[in-house]
Design a protein around this ligand. Structure first.
Ligand code: HEC
Length: 463
């Protein structure tokens, strides 16, 4: 089974041999007829025979590959018959060659037929591997397609499948399971394909919905090989997963509304989160207001204190600040940095003994967009002060005392898009809840399967 699959998979590679050889043959034939390079003509029979042998190999591997089955069986069949016909044409040409050579008029139409059948077969194969329309550059890349968001005015009347499930599949799955690519021989872009299923059969098991392939795949841990979407790709949010699961477990109806499907309070929360995720407008590229440049004298004062300063770009007065080389206490260092407060976009204060009181100064850096506070003894009292930073997009709060309550308060910062909270009091269960109320904010917690060594290493005090 494995060997035959491997042989089949060689097909897309092998087909280039007969295509190349036959193309070379046609070129030599044309050049020969035009009396250019006449001495090449002696090699045509040999080239033709090699091409036919390569074509037969391609036919065999292609046939084995076709046994794996496809969503487009008729396309596969057409390709197969065309390939067989092409091989036979070239075979016939081999026997007829001497005949045609004596009747030069026949030669051009025969060469044309050979070329056309080669191109058609190759193109059919290309469509099978790359998807329809692969020659039209603009039609490629379903990943970049923007899907029209469903309009949900009343949640109870929304159609679970059409308004929520299909949109989720479109945005998270169809780039690999659509008209262009059918990974696992599965398409998820329409009712009929969802019903058809994929390589391992039905995707949704109507007799036993809970063991449906689709459900199993999305519920697996992300690091699992069969998890969908595959590791590293854009993942389903907690609420999308909840909605898909609810839809399948209630029988995967294609026409029931929300109220007919009977949501409980958890589901209703997820649907609300889904709905609000549709209406959020993406943040546009921000126009930063102009700020005066930091004076040279101040720059040297900052450098002397140990602050690392770099410009964000050649034509901007905004700066990034790092604290790696800081030697003086944080409160003194911040008093100096305060003088350039409006210019700071990025501030890295990892592992620098930052205290809650220091955050009263940091919050005056009103243009701050990224802030690293990880590995410091900062508690909720400190984090709460940050809510006034209304340009903040990124916050690293790992290895601090951040709690779920303070995190919730930080969502008041409308621009905030990402919070890293590894080794804090926020855990996976909080994350699930949190994602319902702040679907746009990406919260990063430790991967539940990859414990940090520091979580388990502890020391015993000697008596
Ligand atoms: C980046 C590409 C990619 C994305 C995105 C993706 N998949 Fe897949 N999927 C694959 C590949 C590759 C396979 C085949 C390998 C395997 O079976 O794990 C597959 C297989 C499957 C199968 C098994 C098909 C069968 O019958 O064997 C299911 C079900 C599935 N995906 C569901 C989904 C769902 C649901 C989503 C969206 C939430 C999704 N996939 C998103 C690449 C992707």
């Amino acid at each position: 089974m494995i060997i035959s699959e491997l042989i089949g998979r060689l097909h897309p590679l092998l087909v280039h041999l007969p295509i190349g050889i036959f193309t070379l043959l046609l070129i030599i034939e044309v050049l020969g007829s035009l009396k250019l390079f006449p001495n090449l003509e002696g090699s045509t029979k040999f080239i033709l025979l090699s091409g036919i042998m390569a074509a037969v190999l391609s036919l065999l591997t292609g046939y084995i590959l076709s046994l794996e089955g496809s969503n487009n069986q008729s396309q596969v069949d057409n390709h197969m018959w065309m390939a067989i016909a092409t091989t036979i044409f070239y075979g016939i040409y081999f026997w007829w060659k001497s005949l045609i050579d004596s009747k030069p008029v026949l030669k051009w139409p025969v060469l044309a037929i050979l070329l056309i059948s080669l191109v058609v077969t190759g193109h059919q194969g290309g469509v099978l591997t790359h998807g329809e329309g692969f020659l039209q550059v603009s039609q490629r890349g379903e990943e970049n397609k923007s899907w029209p968001a469903p309009v949900i005015s009343e949640i109870e009347k929304a159609n679970v499948y059409a308004d929520m499930v299909q949109y989720t599949l479109n945005t998270k799955c169809v780039s690999c399971h659509g008209s262009e690519k059918q990974k696992g021989k599965l398409r998820l872009d329409d009712v009929k394909w969802i019903e058809t299923g994929g390589k391992s059969g039905k995707t949704i098991d109507r007799n036993d919905p809970v063991s449906s392939e689709l459900l199993k795949r999305i519920l697996l841990e992300e690091i699992h090989d069969e998890h969908m979407p595959p590791k590293g790709k854009v993942q389903l949010t907690a609420f999308e997963k909840t909605i898909l699961q609810w839809w399948i477990e209630t029988g995967a109806s294609f026409d029931k509304t929300v109220s007919e499907t009977g949501p409980d309070s958890m589901i209703t929360k997820s649907i609300n989160a889904f709905k609000s995720s549709l209406s959020t407008t993406p943040i546009t590229v921000k126009e930063r207001e102009e700020v005066p440049a930091v004076k040279t004298s101040l720059l040297s004062e900052l450098a002397a204190a140990g602050w690392g300063i770099s410009a964000i770009s050649g034509n901007s007065n905004y700066i990034r600040v790092t604290s790696y080389n800081l030697e003086i206490p944080m409160n003194q260092a911040l008093e100096i940095l305060k003088k350039a407060g409006n210019n700071i976009i990025d501030l890295k204060l990892s592992r620098k003994e930052v205290k809650d009181s220091d955050l009263s100064v940091i919050v005056t850096f009103r243009n701050l967009e990224s802030l690293w506070l990880d590995n410091n003894d900062i508690t909720d009292d400190g984090f709460r002060k940050l809510t006034d930073l209304n340009h903040l997009e990124y916050l690293n709060a790992s290895a601090t005392e951040l709690s779920p309550a303070a995190l919730q308060e930080l969502t008041a910062i409308k621009t905030l898009r990402k919070v890293i909270a590894v080794n804090t009091r926020v855990n996976e269960a909080d994350k699930q809840k949190f994602q319902m109320s702040a679907p746009d904010l990406k919260l990063v917690l430790p991967d539940s399967m990859h414990r940090f060594p520091s979580d388990t290493i502890f020391s015993v005090k000697a008596n």
